[in-house]
Design a protein around this ligand. Structure first.
Ligand code: IPE
Ligand code: IPE
Ligand code: MG
Length: 248
């Protein structure tokens, strides 16, 4: 197996953390047991990404569609979220990790939003890995919100219709501050995007692995990065042009 090239790391890795429920079921346990173990993977992968030298790590933790799950599971997930965030803030600071959140955060329970805001403020000066949690997030929601913001600016004569570019849209997404992910990982063998970062992954390399999220560790992350590094990213060009680009 080839090795990870530290000089060609993706800046931004996004992860659809899937398979907690199946992991628990395989062990004859309740779904929440899977989520609790999923938190261990979050901890391990955050630390690993920082060690490897990744600059941005976006984790899909709860989707807009996940609000349709049984109420007891939602409550358990939200409780886990609050506990984890308050418990982990110290470690984030120790590891120079800056926390961010994207999504419709107004929909989260108030204690959840508070813990989140505290952790974001407390880590705001950190300069290492940017850890971005996608919570109550969906890409269609995000694009709809961006459209409304832009339409309002046109209505208020702040910008003109003719001025709208791809950059205008990018700047109105929740991810405006972050570069697009070069690599998107989904665990658990499902090969779909489930309403995650639709705009931002337009040219991302997609990596699907059968490993369930609670089993996902540093070596799995490295394998995904190696797979990414073995691909030719052509961006519409042909191979020969890339060789010339590299030599010029
Ligand atoms: C991912 O695991 C965690 C969340 C979506 C919150 P799942 O809970 O979707 O686990 P599976 O897909 O049912 O195994
Ligand atoms: C996607 O997983 C959302 C998160 C990982 C937070 P789901 O398990 O909710 O996705 P589907 O239902 O399989 O598409
Ligand atoms: Mg799932």
């Amino acid at each position: 197996m080839s090795k990870l090239d530290k000089n060609r790391l993706p800046k931004h890795i996004a992860v659809i953390m899937d398979g907690n429920g199946r992991w628990a079921k395989n062990k004859g346990k309740a779904r929440v047991f899977g989520h609790k173990n999923g938190v261990e993977s979050v901890r391990a992968i955050t630390e690993s990404a920082a060690e490897i030298g990744i600059e941005y790590l976006t984790l899909y933790a709860f989707s807009t569609e996940n609000w349709n799950r049984p109420k007891a599971e939602i409550t358990a997930l939200m409780t886990l979220l609050v506990l984890t965030i308050s418990k982990e803030t110290k470690t984030l600071n120790k590891n120079n990790i800056r926390l961010h959140a994207i999504g419709n955060l107004d929909n989260l329970p108030i204690n959840c939003t508070k813990e989140l805001e505290n952790a974001i403020a407390s880590t705001a000066k950190n300069t290492g890995l940017n850890l971005i949690l996608a919570l109550s997030y969906s890409a269609k929601w995000e694009i709809t919100e961006a459209t409304k913001l832009i339409a309002k600016k046109i209505q208020d004569n702040e910008i003109q219709l003719a001025d709208i570019t791809e950059d205008t849209i990018q700047k109105h997404l929740c991810t405006a501050k972050f570069p697009d992910p070069e690599l998107l990982i989904r665990t658990s063998g499902e090969c779909r995007i489930s309403n995650f970062l639709l705009w931002q992954i337009a040219y991302s390399e997609l990596y699907f692995t059968p490993t369930l999220w609670p089993d996902f560790r540093k070596n799995d992350l490295e394998e995904a990065i190696i797979s990414y590094q073995n691909r030719e990213r052509r961006f519409g060009k042909i191979s020969e042009q890339l060789e010339t680009d590299n030599n010029s």
